[in-house]
Design a protein around this ligand. Structure first.
Ligand SMILES: *Cc1c(COP(=O)(O)O)cnc(C)c1O
Length: 398
C-alpha cells in the first residue's frame, strides 16, 4: 500500500514504521528530519561524508572470493563483503560518521548511544573523539560483562559508559534508557541510534548511511564477474547491516535476499531473538514493527549468544520486506552460530563476529541448495575479536 500520506517520507514502510515518540522528542525528530532532507543530496555534505568514508573508515571495503569456504561447502561460489575491515571492525562506523556530521550541522555538541555487543558504542565513542563531542554510551549490565574489551576501548576513547540494570540488562533496556535520557537532554544532545530502528526518521537515515555496503557490493561484483550475484545474505539484529546490503538490490528481482535472525536456544518465547519468524505487530522504541510479545502485548525478553542480535524488535523496513516476501528470513541457533564462528576462522583465516557467524551458518545450507555455478554474497558485518573471550568460555580451548 502506497499513497501520499503513507510513503517513506512520512516514515512508513507499508504498514510499519512511523513516529510514535513521546511529545518531548517530537520537535527534535522533526528537526533531524528537516536537516537530513536538506543535507542528504547537498554536494558539500556528500563530499564530506565521502571524505571520511575514504580517509577514516577505509572505504570501499573489499569484496573477496572465499575459495576455501566455496570448496568446503561444495555449492555456490562464496563472496565476502568485508565490513570487518572498516576502522573499529564492523559496519557500525558507516552510520556513526554520517550521524556525527548531522549532529554538527544541528549545532549540537553532545552525543549519546545505546549499545549491545559494544560495536555501536565503540563506533560512537570513536566519532565522539574525532569530532570532539562529549559522548555517553548506555549498555546493559549483562553486555558490560560479556563485552569487557569494548567497554574498555569506549572508555579509552574518552566516552562515559552507563551500565543499565533494568529488565534483562541487555540491548532493549539500554535503548529504553538512552531514549529516556535523550528526552531530558535533547536541547544540546543528539541520540545516534545504532540500527535501522526507532521512530522516524532514524530507520531511513541509518539505512541510507549503511546503503553504501550494497552499492559498493553491486559495483565490485559487476566489475569482477560482469553480472549480479544470485543471492545475498546478512544477519539481522535491528537490521542495519542487512538493510544496508539489501537496499541497492531491492529492485533487482532476480537477486534473492536472505536475512538471518538469532534462533537462540529454541523456539519457545524467551529462548530466541527471531523477531520476524515469531513476532507480531506492535510498538517498540517509537516504531510500529514486529515484536516478540506475549498474548497480552508484553515484550518477551530476547535471547541470543550474540549480544548484537539480542533484541526483541526489528527495523520496520524489514517487517515490511518480510510482508511483501521480497526478503526471506530464516533463523540460526546459538550452537550453529558457534560452530560457524570456528569453521570460518579455520577455513578462511577470518574470525567473524558472532552476529556474522549466524549469516555464515545459514549461507552454508543455502550454498548447497543453490548448487555450483551460482554466486552467493555474505555480508561480513564485523570481526570477532570482541567475542573471542566469550566463545572460549563457552566452548573451552578447542
Ligand atoms: C551490531 C552488529 C550486528 C547487528 O546489528 P544490525 O543493525 O542488525 O546490523 C551485526 N553484526 C555486527 C558485527 C554488529 O556489530
Amino acid at each position: 500500500m502506497k499513497d501520499k500520506n503513507f510513503g517513506e517520507e512520512q516514515g512508513y514502510f507499508g504498514d510499519f514504521g512511523g513516529r510514535y515518540a513521546p511529545e518531548i522528542l517530537t520537535d527534535a525528530l522533526i528537526q533531524l528530519e528537516k536537516v537530513y532532507l536538506k543535507l542528504r543530496n547537498n554536494p558539500k555534505f556528500v563530499k564530506e561524508l565521502n571524505y571520511y568514508n575514504q580517509n577514516y573508515v577505509g572505504r570501499p571495503s573489499l569484496l573477496t572470493f572465499a575459495e576455501r569456504l566455496t570448496k568446503a561447502w561444495g555449492g555456490a561460489r562464496i563472496w565476502l563483503k568485508r565490513e570487518d575491515l572498516n576502522h573499529t571492525g564492523a559496519h557500525k562506523i558507516n552510520n556513526t560518521v554520517g550521524q556525527a556530521l548531522l549532529t554538527r550541522a544541528m549545532g549540537k555538541k553532545r552525543i549519546i548511544a545505546e549499545t549491545g555487543a559494544g560495536q555501536h558504542g565503540l563506533a560512537t565513542a570513536t566519532v565522539g573523539a574525532l569530532f570532539d563531542m562529549e559522548t555517553v554510551i548506555y549498555m546493559g549490565a549483562e553486555d558490560v560483562r560479556r563485552q569487557e574489551l569494548n567497554v574498555y576501548k569506549i572508555k579509552l576513547l574518552g566516552a562515559k559508559v552507563v551500565p543499565v540494570t533494568s529488565g534483562t540488562a541487555t540491548l532493549k533496556d539500554a535503548t529504553s534508557e538512552a531514549m529516556r535520557e535523550w528526552a531530558l537532554s535533547v536541547a544540546n544532545t543528539h541520540y545516534i541510534v545504532g540500527s535501522a530502528i526507532g521512530p522516524h526518521p532514524f530507520p531511513t537515515i541509518v539505512r541510507d548511511f549503511q546503503s553504501i555496503i550494497g552499492k559498493e557490493t553491486k559495483e565490485q561484483f559487476k566489475k569482477k564477474t560482469k553480472k549480479l550475484p544470485d543471492a545475498v545474505i546478512a544477519c539481522v539484529g535491528g537490521g542495519s547491516n542487512a538493510i544496508g546490503m539489501f537496499y541497492g538490490f531491492l529492485k533487482d528481482k532476480k537477486v534473492k535476499l536472505y536475512g538471518v535472525e538469532a534462533g537462540g536456544l529454541g523456539n519457545k518465547p524467551g529462548e530466541h531473538s527471531a523477531t520476524i519468524t515469531f513476532g507480531r505487530p506492535g510498538f517498540l522504541h517509537g516504531t510500529k514493527t514486529l515484536i516478540i510479545q506475549d498474548a497480552g502485548g508484553q515484550i518477551v525478553p530476547a535471547h541470543s549468544v550474540s549480544a548484537g542480535l539480542d533484541y526483541p524488535g526489528v527495523g520496520p523496513e524489514h517487517a515490511y520486506l518480510a510482508s511483501t516476501k521480497r526478503v526471506e528470513y530464516v533463523s540460526v541457533n546459538d550452537k550453529e552460530a558457534l560452530a560457524s564462528f570456528v569453521e570460518v576462522s579455520r577455513l578462511e583465516g577470518i574470525i567473524p563476529a558472532l552476529e556474522t557467524a549466524h549469516a555464515f551458518s545459514a549461507a552454508k545450507k543455502l550454498a548447497k541448495e543453490m548448487g555450483k555455478k551460482k554466486d552467493l554474497v555474505i555480508c561480513l558485518s564485523g570481526r570477532g575479536d570482541k567475542d573471542s573471550m566469550e566463545v572460549s568460555r563457552l566452548l573451552g580451548d578447542k
